[in-house]
Design a protein around this ligand. Structure first.
Ligand code: GDP
Ligand code: MG
Length: 602
């Protein structure tokens, strides 16, 4: 297509407002799929996405739409809405001229609606606001359109009312996309510049690169250069997403979106955000890439069960092509052996990566409790001070050298029903939050702003927020810097041996409570052995809490009081299952769950 008839756009929204459903409906509306063989949620094609009902990876699709008697090519990119995946959203935005902003007609504007809108505005995108789910009895489309005008500053009259479920309004939306979004700019006669916005690894074809043409032309057979990696390849296949990958023999021009195969076996050669140019006619400058996302949460992955270290390493490197937003480096723990220290954008991201590694990489993993990054001010030789970053409490230097421990602080924006304000404020204060402001949003909703330590919100804060507000509270946050506080390192000793993977950095005022709670949880999770196992929590060598796991006779089933055979069997089966994910520390078997007890804040 010529650029005048190409529209590149993405769909952004708060989680669950209907992006993926709307995207599917647009595929049907443009005749890409026949209704009867349309599978629910075509774009959420990762098994995990379908099971969890969330979008993890952005996907791209090209479709054709007739508008005023002419054919337009629409390239759209479906994006995830969860706070951990902001990075994916930013990537999608850089490849588009327009954004469809979806707002649920029953829920209205939520925290990620606002956050995503800011991102789209920053990226200079044209916006079409959509009020979705108007088929629901509790929908208030007119009120929501007014809210979009008042809160987001977009014209209420520009809102398009849709139901992604019934299809109402979808044709109108497709027309508006052709009419209102600008055509892609770019010069087809200039040297080639194409932006890599995603990639996947395919066992047969190597790395499949998803890209957007910014300038110039590209065709099958061209010798291309990955500018960042400084590697050249020959293009063996070019194609579009319809929504399956469909090869084409036509040359790509400025504005086009598609994929490319070039027998790329070296994963490191494909960097998302990198620029592709022609080897023989190079462009002067790469395109502005993406801002590298900073990992927020770190934990260790160790091979467990039959999995070997090499297998884990390969699986991690392979998945990294598809999601470059996690980091990894080899690590070694006395208790757990060789593994990887990995960094993630958030807790959900960490969970997803672990699950994807196990499913797609076929490995079995023992994971340690996540921690945030800390900045440590230390006194070096000659009395000079120096600041180092650690991502693991075990790396904390000798406390006599430590002047200060600083932790990451986030600015959090919480949108909540007015009736929950008091309880939310109490929660924020318990989590060492600093109140910033309170603003009226709409009828019965308020926006609360707090500065909070990241370590206090990554674990269960979101669940607490949801339960306090019966599901109606939402939040968004970003790291603003590091602050010092009265933080200490707590060591945990099992059978007299310090277990690094169980140590944590806590606020002094909470240390004893956390220590006692942690030992209670460990006591429940570590099976009784043939000997007695003391558990201790210590700060700077001083024991602050202790528990003991009593020894047990050889017959474990004795505690079932004889009799019930099926109960005995169940108990034995349960023990067997738990042992599949176990690590031996000294002579004590510690199950996977025990490493996560550190997260339980009581
Ligand atoms: P996403 O997180 O923004 O991608 O949201 P999804 O597309 O996954 O939709 C979240 C939920 O809302 C799913 O259960 C959808 O079936 C439902 N949903 C989406 N659009 C509509 C709609 O127009 N009407 C109704 N009734 N439900 C919808
Ligand atoms: Mg989705």
């Amino acid at each position: 297509s010529t650029p005048t008839h190409i529209r590149n756009f993405c769909i952004i929204a708060h989680i669950d407002h209907g992006k993926s459903t709307l995207a599917d409906r647009m595929l049907q509306g443009t005749g890409v799929m026949h209704e009867r063989n349309a599978r629910e949620q075509t774009l959420d094609n990762m098994d995990l996405e379908r099971e969890r009902g969330i979008t993890i990876k952005a996907s791209a699709v090209s479709v054709e739409h007739e508008y005023k008697g002419e054919t337009y090519e629409l390239n759209f990119i479906d994006t995830p809405g969860h706070v951990d995946f902001h990075y994916e959203v930013s990537r999608a935005l850089a490849a588009c001229e327009g954004a469809v902003l979806v707002v649920d007609a029953t829920q209205g504007v939520e925290a990620q609606t606002v956050a995503n809108l800011y991102k789209a505005v920053d990226a200079n995108l044209e916006l079409i606001p959509v009020i979705n789910k108007i088929d629901l009895p509790s929908a208030q489309p007119e009120e929501r359109a007014m809210q979009v005008e008042e809160v987001l500053g977009l014209d209420a009259a520009d809102c398009i009312m849709t139901s992604a479920k019934t299809g109402v309004g979808v044709a109108e939306l497709l027309d508006a996309i052709c009419a209102r979004f600008p055509e892609p700019q770019g010069n087809p006669d200039a040297p080639l510049q194409a932006l890599i916005f995603d990639a996947i690894y395919d066992d047969y074809r190597g790395v499949v690169v998803y890209f957007r043409m910014m300038n110039g032309r590209m065709k099958k057979g061209d010798r291309i250069l990955m500018m960042g990696a400084q590697r050249t390849y020959q293009v063996t296949e070019l194609g579009k997403f319809r929504p399956e990958m469909t090869p084409t023999t036509e040359a790509f021009e400025a504005g086009d979106v598609g994929y490319m195969v070039a027998a790329i076996k070296t994963l490191e050669d494909v960097n998302i955000g990198d620029t592709i140019t022609l080897d023989t006619a190079r462009c002067d400058e790469p395109l502005p890439g993406y801002e590298e996302p900073a990992p927020m949460v770190y934990c260790d992955f160790y091979p467990s069960g039959d999995t070997q270290f090499d297998e884990l390493r390969d699986a991690i490197a392979r998945l990294h092509v598809n999601d470059a937003s996690y980091t990894y480096e080899p690590t070694n723990s006395e208790a757990l052996g060789s593994g990887f220290r990995c960094g993630f954008l958030g807790m959900l991201h960490m969970d997803i990566i672990q699950e994807r590694l196990e499913r797609e990489g076929n490995v079995s993993i023992v994971q340690t409790a996540p921690t945030v990054t800390y900045e440590i001010k230390i006194v070096g030789k000659g009395g000079d001070t120096e600041v180092i970053q650690i991502t693991n409490p075990a790396e904390l230097p000798d406390m006599s050298k430590v002047k200060d421990i600083r932790e990451p602080i986030v600015a959090a924006e919480i949108i909540t029903p007015t009736s929950s304000i008091g309880d939310i404020m109490k929660l924020c204060e318990q989590r060492r939050g600093v109140y910033k402001s309170q603003k009226f949003l709409a009828d019965d909703r308020q926006i609360l702003e707090y500065d909070l330590p990241l370590a206090e919100i990554i674990y269960d804060f979101f669940d607490k927020l949801k339960s306090i507000t019966s599901g109606y509270g939402t939040m968004d946050y970003h790291v603003t810097g590091f602050n010092s506080d009265n933080l200490v390192k707590m060591d945990v000793l099992v059978n007299g041996n310090p277990v690094e993977a169980l140590s944590l950095i806590v606020h002094r005022s909470k240390a004893e409570f956390r220590g006692r709670h942690l030992l209670k949880r460990l006591k429940e999770q570590i099976d009784r052995h043939l000997f007695e196992i003391p558990l201790q929590a210590a700060i700077g060598g001083k024991i602050i809490a202790r528990e003991t796991i009593k020894s047990v006779g050889k017959n474990v089933t004795a505690k079932c009081y004889g009799g019930d055979v099926s109960r005995k069997r169940k108990l034995l089966e349960k023990q067997k299952k738990g042992k599949e994910r176990m690590k031996k520390v000294g002579s004590v078997d510690i199950p996977q769950e025990a490493f996560m007890s550190v997260l339980d804040t009581g």
